[in-house]
Structures are given as structure tokens and as C-alpha cells.
Ligand binder design. Structure first.
Ligand code: NAD
Ligand code: UDP
Length: 329
């Protein structure tokens, strides 16, 4: 695989972005990380900051200045800046839409000007509460445009449309990854998503809060697999959209029981109110990524959750986050 020389990672101090920055640096790529720390944390990139080939800029992606010399010589732009947890994006609705709309425009313009490959971190949420199962990239989705998740779903759908317009109208070299639920070390304990909530609760010996009947499904992908898939897409010449996720589907209740067992704390389960507009089934069809990239996830849920639980047991949660959230679901 040819090495990228200089990459911009927006949202690089977040969970997924920080793993991506580390993987790019390991591959010999200089990395510029842009993040406004609204849901990310400096602690995620602390180990990278001493390196000469890593630059951190505390900047809102919607304010990116293409003339900043820090962006000279880019050959890759990976655009991840956006709140991603439902608790976060419902708290930061306008900011989420701005990151997905204005931020994506700024990041695309920068990539176009530099002649860089551009990758949009889109999401399985573009499928909404899907009526087709498993979800293939040709499925158009079932999204409530004014519901509580719309700030995120529609921002990402707009981002996809904008990416395709830059490609069609301006010949930009673009790719769209539709990422399915990814988990692992460095998730914020209080970001409100299922896995950090369950792990934190299990380690504290508290009941795991399963919403509704827990029969809704997710397909969880360990972060190393997702990072490999995103880099494989970046290195290819494929435009996507490309589903990147693990096709092993589990109910939320099964995930809760597995976390409780692996944490070894015999934590009980408590059922809480169902979440509004909660997608009921989510599972990627990854044939396109397998055929076009030769990629498929390798880490099973038990292995990935063991690593995640071990990390949470060892680290303090949420350090350095500017506006810490209450633990929410
Ligand atoms: P995260 O909240 O840990 O990371 C997002 C990062 O973006 C944070 O560091 C945050 O501070 C930063 N950010 C947000 N708005 C910004 C702005 N306006 N300017 C600069 N920085 C900004 O979430 P994550 O799980 O790491 O998600 C990263 C990306 O991957 C997001 O775009 C998300 O939509 C996408 N994604 C993630 C998942 C997943 O399961 N983790 C699934 C689908 C898509
Ligand atoms: N969920 C839950 N308990 C929690 C947090 C989430 O049962 O403490 C459920 C949530 O209702 C959804 C699933 O877990 O059905 C995944 O939610 P998450 O917030 O991780 O992300 P989503 O996939 O909905 O974006």
C-alpha cells in the first residue's frame, strides 16, 4: 500500500479519530488533527503530542481556514468531526448540523484545493430505522427528518450528498464510509452509548440499563477493525458509499448480558423506557467492502469486549472533556 505523506483528521481527538491518527502515524504519515474538543479529549491524543509528525489544532471544523499553512501538502483528508453519541448530538443539535454541513463543505474544499483523497465518516444512521435487513448500500433509508435523531441523520445525509456533488461537479477524489456501531478503548464512560454505559455500570456493580425490551439489535465492530476498513477505503480508489461494520447481529439485551458476564461482576439488568425513534434492527451487508477492499472484521464481540472492559477498568473516565455530560441514556 502506498503511504500517504500528510493527512488531516478532523475529530482526531475523539474515540475513533484518535485511533485513526495513531494508525496513520504508525504507517509513516504526518498527521494534522483538528478538533474543538466538544466531545473529544486531549487525553486521547496525549501520547501522540510529543511526536514531531503530529500537530494538534483546537479548531471548529466549520471555521477551517484553507489558507492556514498547517494544511499545506495534504494528500488525505479524513472528516470525522461530529458528535456521534445520541446523548451528545441531541444536546448539541445545531453544532452537529453545522459540523455535518458547513464543516463537511470546508473539509471537502480543503481536500479539493490540495488534490487530496477525501473520506467522509458517515454512518449507518443514514438508513434510519431500516425497513430492509441487512442494510446494503443501495438502500435509501427510513429517516424521520424532524425527529430527535434528525440533527445527526440529516447532517450525515447532507454530508453524503455534498461529497457526491464535489465528486460529480468538481472531480474531487472522494469516498464515503457508512460506519456501523464501533466500540473500544477511549470511548468516554459518560458519552451515553450502549457499550460505555454497560461497561461502566458492570464494573461499578450497578444494574445495566437496557432500554425498552432490549430486543432491538445492533452489530458491534471493534475499533481496530473499523480503522483498518477506513484506511483500506482511503487507500483504494473506490467512491463508496461503503458499509464498514461487523455483520454479527445481537440484541441489546444479549450485549448487556455478555458485558455483565465478561466483567465478572454479576451485575443485574434493569429495563428503562424505550428511546424515541430508536432503530429496531441494524446489521450491515458488507459484501461491497469484502469484494472491493478485501476487508472484513476479524475481532469477535467477546474478544473486543474483554479488551474494552480491561481498558475501562484501568483508566479514569472522561478526563479533559470540556463539557462533561451527566451519565445519560
Ligand atoms: P467522538 O464524539 O468520540 O468523536 C468526535 C470528535 O469530533 C470529538 O473529538 C469532537 O470533539 C470532535 N468534533 C465534533 N464537532 C466538531 C467540530 N465542529 N469541529 C471540530 N471537532 C469536532 O465520536 P466517535 O465515535 O469517535 O465518532 C467519530 C466519527 O465517526 C463521527 O463523525 C461519527 O459520526 C462517525 N461514526 C462513529 C460511529 C461509532 O460507532 N463510533 C458510528 C458511525 C459513525
Ligand atoms: N441503549 C441501552 N442502554 C443504554 C444505552 C443505550 O439499552 O444505557 C440502547 C439504545 O436504546 C439503542 C442501543 O442501545 O437501542 C444502541 O445505542 P447507542 O446509544 O450505543 O447508539 P445508536 O446505535 O442508537 O446510535
Amino acid at each position: 500500500m502506498a503511504v500517504f505523506h500528510r493527512a488531516l483528521v478532523t475529530g482526531g481527538a475523539g474515540f475513533l479519530g484518535s485511533h485513526l491518527c495513531a494508525a496513520l502515524l504508525d504507517a509513516g504519515t504526518e498527521v494534522v488533527c483538528v478538533d474543538n474538543l466538544c466531545t473529544g479529549s486531549m487525553s486521547n491524543v496525549e501520547s501522540l503530542r510529543a511526536r514531531e509528525d503530529f500537530t494538534f489544532l483546537d479548531v471548529d471544523v466549520a471555521e477551517l481556514d484553507a489558507d492556514d499553512a498547517a494544511f499545506d501538502g495534504l494528500d488525505l483528508v479524513m472528516h470525522l468531526a461530529s458528535p456521534a453519541s445520541p446523548v451528545d448530538y441531541q444536546r448539541l443539535g445545531v453544532a452537529t448540523l453545522r459540523a455535518g454541513a458547513i464543516g463537511t463543505d470546508r473539509a471537502l474544499a480543503l481536500a479539493l484545493r490540495s488534490g487530496a483523497r477525501f473520506l467522509l465518516a458517515s454512518t449507518s444512521e443514514v438508513y434510519g430505522d431500516p425497513l430492509q435487513h441487512p442494510q446494503t448500500e443501495s438502500y435509501w433509508g427510513n429517516v424521520n427528518p424532524v425527529g430527535i435523531r434528525s440533527v445527526y441523520d440529516e447532517a450525515k445525509r447532507y454530508g453524503e450528498a455534498l461529497t457526491m456533488a464535489y465528486r460529480r461537479d468538481l472531480d474531487a477524489n472522494t469516498a464515503i464510509a457508512r460506519i456501523f456501531n464501533t466500540y473500544g478503548p477511549r470511548m468516554r464512560g459518560a458519552d451515553g452509548r450502549m457499550i460505555p454505559n454497560f461497561v461502566r455500570q458492570a464494573l461499578a456493580g450497578e444494574p445495566l440499563t437496557v432500554s425498552g425490551a432490549g430486543t432491538q439489535t445492533r452489530s458491534i465492530c471493534y475499533v481496530d477493525d473499523t480503522v483498518e476498513g477506513l484506511l483500506a477505503l482511503a487507500h483504494s480508489n473506490r467512491p463508496g458509499p461503503m458499509n464498514i461494520g461487523n455483520p454479527t447481529e445481537m440484541t441489546v439485551l444479549e450485549v448487556a448480558r455478555l458485558v455483565a458476564r465478561l466483567a465478572g461482576t454479576d451485575a443485574s439488568i434493569t429495563f428503562i423506557d424505550a428511546v424515541e425513534d430508536d432503530p429496531q434492527r441494524r446489521c450491515p451487508d458488507i459484501s461491497r467492502a469484502a469484494d472491493e477492499l478485501g476487508w472484513r472484521p476479524r475481532v469477535d464481540a467477546e474478544t473486543g469486549l474483554r479488551r474494552t472492559i480491561a481498558w475501562f477498568a484501568e483508566h479514569s473516565r472522561g478526563a479533559g472533556v470540556r463539557s462533561e455530560l451527566p451519565i445519560g441514556v
